[in-house]
Design a protein around this ligand. Sequence first.
Ligand code: ADP
Length: 151
Amino acid sequence: MKIGIFPGSFDPITKGHEDIIRRMIPLFDKIYVAIGNNGTKKYMFDLEKRMKWIEDTFSDSPSIEVSTYEGLTVDFCREINAKFIIRGLRNSNDFEYEKSIAQMNQMMYPDLETVLVYTRPEYASISSTIIRDIIKNFGDTTPFLPSGVQL
Ligand code: ADP
């Protein structure tokens, strides 16, 4: 069974995340959308909300499972037997950052491959950080969020 994992904070999930996940569905038997819970990081939305939004977004996709984990992504990959980490690439900053993480992860777990997927141009400027800023300033985020996300 080919198992992939799409790890992230999803604070909140955006149309960019949704698009990458949907495009990867045909490649894997199962994809875990995994919310990494970092104890020292401050999130705008609690874990339950972030999970529910992802579950609602993919309620029509039986191969998508939402989960949470703490600690290293590679340790969680071993636990669920995932051999492929999926990440989205928006720009050259993402590229440099993802390269370091992918190479370090592979040193820690040699059987693990990172699959990097280019973002569609229309979603390339969307980031959860900017969306949180729009929310704080009472702007309209509906064009950037999956239709299942009701803030
Ligand atoms: P992290 O805190 O790990 O960066 P995010 O939830 O911000 O978590 O992102 C998770 C993954 O989604 C990363 O691979 C990131 O590059 C990708 N991503 C974020 N925004 C977009 C977008 N607009 N289009 C495609 N991929 C994206």
